[in-house]
Design a protein around this ligand. Structure first.
Ligand SMILES: Cc1cc2nc3c(=O)[nH]c(=O)nc-3n(C[C@H](O)[C@H](O)[C@H](O)COP(=O)(O)OP(=O)(O)OC[C@H]3O[C@@H](n4cnc5c(N)ncnc54)[C@H](O)[C@@H]3O)c2cc1C
Length: 428
């Protein structure tokens, strides 16, 4: 069979691997000049490793991702350090990445709240019944079972940070998935995620997969002799096509889809993201913290502050200290139209809150990455709204971040859905 794949992210490449293993003729079309999609990275000449455009790490529970890496023979290149995650309470940062540290966290007091926090956490870790949870919003469920103080201190800032004005609409299965499938050890690939993506693409090419970079697909159309994939370089025909872009783009690429399916795609909601990567000549966190859970209502101009070089050694970046400052935002938010310099001016005063000695001379260079499609928003009873991987157009399939529900999006689930789509397309 001739199979076309739109997108060389982790999902598209994982599917390509399985199609090729099964002996099919595979071509990937990728609009960017590099593979890796949302998990891709960049590198300065004096760095040995790349940094991801949007901060990335793996969890030890990412079995699909780690399983694929094992199949490819690179498991010795994955490292799982234990970087420190911290949470704010009364203007002080406290470690919050293990049960013991959570129990010691002063923000919950030492009485009933701590017990409720513990029981709710335990229940969510043990239950698999996410279908019962998706009937409620996380806001109402947490308020009822964890109680106001635990919810407002712990979980509400997370929901507001990720979903902004939609935080009250997100269902409880999303929260369940986050608590269920996460570990305190965090992993990365030697050389960065881009290194893995490049090695994977090289392996696919060696096996005979065609990867067309800079090939932006404009449409996918059913024709009598197959599915025509049209890009500015012309049109090619395939027996089957897998699209791995956002639902919005899918609707634009295949307007011939029946109205019901198109409506389903267009009704899905998601958040965008704006992330600034900064190279500092000085460490920001004197305590060596990696991940700061920043509460938005404290007036910070971003949600996440991540000192990457407290996770991966600065030696890999020629001694530069790499810091990310980012936020999930509605498309149309002013950050999307601000210049890099304007954004830096907005962010600069906040760095002092993480280290009072911070000076703007510490900033050597900045890069800003923006995406309209960063985080799907799962509403109540969301499982009813997931578009099928097999579309009503014969031979046309769709696998995106919006369909990995009840799991939260991530490279692990991109690999999982890419391989699931491949099995479906191969009739396995
Ligand atoms: C801020 C942020 C932080 C994240 N943190 C983590 C993390 O810590 N750990 C983790 O595992 N995951 C994380 N993720 C999620 C992870 O990046 C995604 O789940 C995963 O990369 C999605 O892979 P994909 O293949 O489904 O889609 P994508 O990576 O989006 O791939 C789709 C590809 O299609 C291409 N494309 C689009 N339109 C066209 C067209 N018309 N023609 C040709 N090609 C096209 C795109 O260029 C892209 O390469 C994060 C994401 C964001 C935004």
């Amino acid at each position: 069979m001739r199979i076309g794949i739109i997108g060389a992210g982790f999902g598209g490449m994982a599917a390509a691997y399985d199609f090729r293993q099964a002996g099919h003729d595979v071509t990937i079309f990728e609009s960017a000049d590099h593979v890796g999609g949302l998990a891709s990275g960049f590198k300065e000449p004096h760095w040995d490793w790349s940094v991801e455009k949007f901060y990335h790490h793996w969890f030890q529970s990412d079995h699909e991702m780690l399983g694929l890496i094992r199949e490819l023979g690179w498991e010795d290149r994955v490292h799982f350090p234990r970087p420190l995650t911290v949470m704010l309470y009364k203007k002080k940062w406290y470690p919050f990445d293990s049960i013991i540290k959570a129990l010691l966290f002063p923000g919950l007091g030492f009485g009933l709240n701590k017990i409720r926090f513990g029981f709710v956490g335990l229940f969510l870790r043990l239950t698999n019944n996410w279908r019962a949870l998706e009937k409620f919003t996380a806001d109402e469920w947490m308020m009822k079972w964890a109680g106001r103080q635990v919810y407002e201190q712990m979980w509400k800032p997370l929901l507001i940070g990720k979903f902004g004005p939609f935080y009250k609409d997100v269902n409880m299965a999303w929260m369940w998935a986050r608590i269920k499938a996460r570990t305190t050890r965090l992993g990365t690939f030697e050389g960065g995620f881009q290194k893995f993506a490049d090695l994977f693409a090289d392996r696919l090419r060696e096996q005979g997969v065609g990867i067309r970079l800079g090939a932006k697909v404009e449409s996918v159309k059913r024709e009598p002799d197959g599915l025509a994939v049209r890009s500015e370089k012309g049109s090619e025909s395939f027996d089957q096509v897998l699209v791995t872009t956002s639902p919005n783009l899918m609707a634009k690429l295949a307007p011939d889809l029946p109205e019901n399916y198109l409506k389903g795609l267009l009704e899905l909601k998601s958040m965008g993201a704006v992330v600034m990567t900064l190279a500092f000549n000085h460490t920001l966190s004197k305590e060596g913290y990696y991940w700061f859970n920043v509460p938005k209502d404290e007036g910070y101009p971003f949600l996440a502050l991540v000192e990457h070089t407290n996770f991966v050694s600065k030696e890999h970046f020629g001694g530069d200290h790499i810091v990310y400052a980012g936020d999930y935002l509605e498309v149309g938010h002013e950050y999307f139209s601000m210049s890099d310099q304007q954004l830096l001016e907005r962010f600069i005063p906040a760095f002092q809150k993480f280290n009072p000695e911070f000076k703007r001379e510490w900033v050597k260079k900045i890069w800003v990455s923006k995406t309209n499609y960063a985080q799907p928003i799962p509403l109540v009873n969301h499982s009813r709204n997931i578009p099928a991987i097999r579309t009503p157009i014969d031979g046309l399939y769709f696998a995106s971040m919006s369909q990995v529900y009840p799991w939260d999006r991530g490279t692990n689930f991109a690999v999982q859905i890419g391989r699931k789509a491949a099995r479906l397309m191969l009739g396995k």
